[in-house]
Design a protein around this ligand. Structure first.
Ligand code: T4K
Length: 405
């Protein structure tokens, strides 16, 4: 059936999706197996504090990354804090501004100043040349981010860290299952941190993990995530409670053992979006670099307002009206966010034009097992029609924004 542009919900038609399509709808790959494991934990009355499921999850994660140590935690934010505290970092740490706010907040929370670096617009990842310009005598480390699961320029960051004697960590919240030149994420820098929040394609309801090959650091992290305790009741240092529960580990193990199939689902959705958006003026899907293999957990496209005839925000308004809850992660960049925006000289001493430009162009679309390839075709059709009837859609989006004030 031929559909006219005027059927778009933003122009007065009814939404294409009766139920919202979410970015971040959780994958639950083998519910029966997950429930069995949860039941086992309940039966054995061992619910947290290093039970067999947490131990297995840690073992499986370390094996997947090809490293010696893994410490599972209750979420990635606390994992980053524990890692920073255990490594003794102070002063300033370089990080990309274009990331989720948790990357910056965990540094600031630990009394470390996040200093925001520029990105390479082609990859969205930190630009090591810009980072180099920001190294001062106060710099003690680099927090790289594998944005949207696309591995950062690990070789250049390792060279920069070595040259200046800096610790190098990665916020790998998005990137389990991705690899650079065949080497898995999880094995770079001094340590990496995963997130298993429900919205991540490998989830443990809430959860995180620190993976490292550094024996000493692993020991400190393990102790600090358990109140600073060593063997038995002996307290070795300050610590917190960052432990993962058995229920979380049950879900995490089940997700992880299905990771190849989940990546395949993501890849298939990505290819569908790519074909469906091919040739739409001013719209293009972001692609991985040839040296990176990625988990495709985020599908992101860019909008060139001039060529599409629509701004990014007009397009998002159209999608939301259709019940496609597209996101703009990570607009506007940490440097434009409280509290950092109030002290630019300290947090963003150099301008960040590439971050500003890219963050204004991107749209994140729903994907994963909660989205069918037919859904993807429908979403692509909506974007095509919106661009084809750009003046009306633009006017409707502006009217909608004005009425919501
Ligand atoms: N570093 C980076 C680079 C990160 O992206 C993140 C987190 C972290 C560190 C810290 O990791 P954690 O401490 O969280 O382990 C979300 C997530 O809460 C957060 O984990 C994630 N990154 C960030 C990018 O997005 P929200 O506030 O947008 O998510 P939320 O929970 O409102 O969910 C978004 C949508 O997903 C909902 O509108 C509907 C859908 N959803 C969500 C949940 C939780 C479901 O359908 N079912 C669900 O159970 O922050």
């Amino acid at each position: 059936m031929a559909v006219s542009p005027h059927d778009l919900a933003i122009l007065g038609g009814s939404p294409s999706f009766a139920e919202p399509l979410h970015v971040g709808r959780p994958n639950i790959p083998d519910e029966r197996r997950a429930m069995e494991r949860i039941q086992q934990a309940i039966d054995r009355r061992w619910l947290t504090s290093f039970g067999p499921l947490v131990k297995q999850f840690e073992h499986d994660l370390a094996a997947q990354a090809g490293v010696r140590h893994c410490v599972a935690t209750c979420n990635a934010s606390i994992a980053l804090q524990v890692l920073l505290r255990a490594s003794g970092l102070r002063g300033e740490v370089l990080m990309p501004s274009f990331t989720f706010i948790a990357t910056a907040h965990t540094l600031q929370w630990e009394g470390i100043t996040p200093v925001f670096c520029e990105i390479d617009e082609a990859t969205g990842n930190i630009d090591p040349k810009h980072a180099r310009q920001l190294v001062t005598e106060r710099t003690t480390g680099i927090m790289g981010v594998h944005l949207w699961g696309h591995p950062a320029p690990t070789e250049e960051l390792a060279a920069l860290a070595e040259e200046h004697g800096l610790r190098l960590f990665y916020d790998s919240a998005h990137a389990i299952g991705s690899a650079r030149n065949g080497r898995p994420v999880g094995s770079f820098g001094d340590a990496e941190v995963y997130s298993f929040h429900a919205t991540k394609f490998i989830n443990s309801f809430e959860g995180g993990a620190i993976v490292t090959d550094d024996d000493e650091l692993a020991e400190r992290v393990r102790s600090m995530h358990n109140y600073g305790r060593g063997e038995g009741e002996y307290v070795a240092s300050i610590g917190t409670n960052a432990k993962m529960t058995e229920v979380a580990a049950a879900m995490g193990i089940t997700s992880l053992e299905n990771m190849p199939q989940l990546i395949e689902v993501n890849r298939e959705r990505y290819e569908h979006y790519r074909a469906g958006l091919d040739g739409v003026p001013g719209i293009w899907l972001r692609r991985p670099l040839p040296e990176n293999s990625v988990n495709h957990q985020y599908v992101v496209f860019e909008v060139d307002e001039e060529r599409a005839g629509l701004s990014r925000d007009d397009l998002v308004a159209m999608l939301v009206a259709e019940n496609v809850l597209a996101r703009t992660h990570f607009h506007p960049g940490c440097h434009r966010t409280e509290p950092y925006v109030r002290d630019q000289a300290r947090h963003a001493p150099l301008p960040l034009p590439h971050t500003e430009a890219l963050s204004g162009r991107i749209v994140m679309l729903p994907t994963g097992t909660g989205v069918t390839t037919e859904d993807v075709d429908t979403v692509c059709g909506l974007i095509r029609r919106a661009v084809a009837d750009a003046p009306s859609v633009r006017a409707a989006a502006r009217a909608r924004a004005a009425s919501s004030w």
